[in-house]
Design a binder for this molecule. Structure first.
Ligand code: PMP
Length: 369
């Protein structure tokens, strides 16, 4: 008899809005998602949705996504042959894992970070070496020496820049430093350097990218998304960006036309009008400053953030869980970290609109830090 397929490691969300509305007896529209690092309002792209699509919706999108790729090439300052459109950053992460890893491979992950790097690596049969980031007093920076050591037997190193959930960005020269060490170690050992995947889902909030480093380190793959600064999470559009020779094996793993025509049109329009995402980033930065100071005034302990979310430390995992429950009763959904997670005593909260943040601050008044 063939053994049943073991379910793979998979991603866990907080409960859905409908579930929480029913559980807490709240109107559906009163629930605000502070858990998923999305933007408070979508861009006004009505003209895209009311116009006609080319090709029409009865056809598949063009296999080269020429218009989307052209807009992204300008927005990211790369060549059209360096871009692979994907169904969100998550599809890019999965394709990079497929192209780089197989049973017995090793993947290095700088933790705590976004859960998907471990998940997509383990789904490919790779083992994951976790390299903890430095502590909060050192700004959660990368431990470059430990990363380089772990990477000696690895096929891929996953980095998140700026990092989710710590919210901070590595000083740019340090990523370059790490890549140089990886390159020289590989040369000394006489092996190929590992792929380095840098997930820049939140890069627009910091205003810089490691993309220029792809000339020094050809196995660099950068992941971008329209879900965060572009406020189009529902469209599901992202990119893998790399030198053409690095991108080619990743391209082979994508299902035909995984980005829909409507999504591609929305993303093309948003990338072509950079003032839309820039306005969103500016509004969020203003609200982030305000949230950080008002929460701190209440005695909460938020860490500094350069992203559209804030990590907050409570006195214990129990008080973090109690804070989460009180917020949920008010219809405000925080991101929690399971017990055993290094941030089990923390919550992560997305920076949202002024009115939504007002509700958060009001609810936080009654919650002990
Ligand atoms: N990378 C990081 C670091 C994220 O936080 C997220 C979403 N929470 C993603 C990727 C997934 O992005 P997308 O919506 O583009 O799949």
């Amino acid at each position: 008899m063939i053994a049943p397929v073991k379910p793979p490691p998979t991603y866990a969300w907080e409960p859905t809005t409908d579930f929480l509305a029913a559980k807490y007896g709240l109107p559906r529209e009163s629930i605000v998602r502070f858990d998923v690092n999305t933007s408070p309002l979508p861009p006004d792209l009505r003209e895209v949705l009311t116009g006609s699509f080319d090709p029409a919706l009865c056809e598949y999108p063009p296999s080269d996504y020429a218009a989307l790729v052209a807009a992204a090439a300008v927005a990211y300052g790369v060549g059209a042959d360096e871009l692979l459109p994907t169904a969100g950053a998550d599809e890019a992460l999965d394709l990079i894992a497929r192209a780089s890893l197989r049973e017995g491979s090793v993947a290095v992950v700088a933790t705590p970070t976004y859960a998907m790097y471990r998940i997509v690596s383990e789904q490919r049969g790779a083992s994951v070496l976790e390299v903890p980031r430095l502590g909060p007093e050192e700004g959660f920076r990368l431990d470059i020496v430990a990363l380089a050591k772990a990477a000696r037997g690895a096929q891929i190193v996953w980095l998140c820049e700026p990092n989710n959930p710590t919210g901070v960005s590595e000083p740019p020269e340090r990523i370059g430093e790490l890549l140089a060490v990886l390159e020289s170690d590989a040369a000394v050992d006489g092996r190929e350097a590992p792929t380095v995947a840098v997930d820049e889902a939140y890069a627009e909030f910091v205003g810089r990218s490691v993309l220029p480093l792809r000339y020094d380190y050809p196995k660099l793959v950068v992941v971008r998304t329209l879900s965060k600064a572009h406020a189009l999470a529902g469209a599901r559009v992202g990119f893998a960006v790399a030198r053409p020779e690095t991108l080619a094996p990743i391209v082979s793993f994508r299902a035909p036309a995984s980005v829909g025509t409507v999504s591609a049109a929305l993303a093309t329009a948003s990338l072509s009008r950079p003032e839309l995402a820039a306005g969103n980033v500016a509004r969020i930065a203003e609200q982030r400053t305000r949230l950080l100071s008002e929460l701190a005034e209440l005695g909460w302990r938020p860490y500094p953030s350069q992203s559209n979310f804030i990590l907050i430390r409570f006195s214990s995992p129990k008080s973090a869980a109690a804070a989460a429950e009180t917020l949920l009763r008010c219809g405000l959904v925080p991101r929690t970290f399971g017990s055993g997670h290094p941030f089990a005593d923390c919550l992560r909260l997305t920076v949202r609109s002024a009115q939504e943040n007002d509700r958060l601050i009001e609810a936080a008044r009654g919650i002990p830090a």
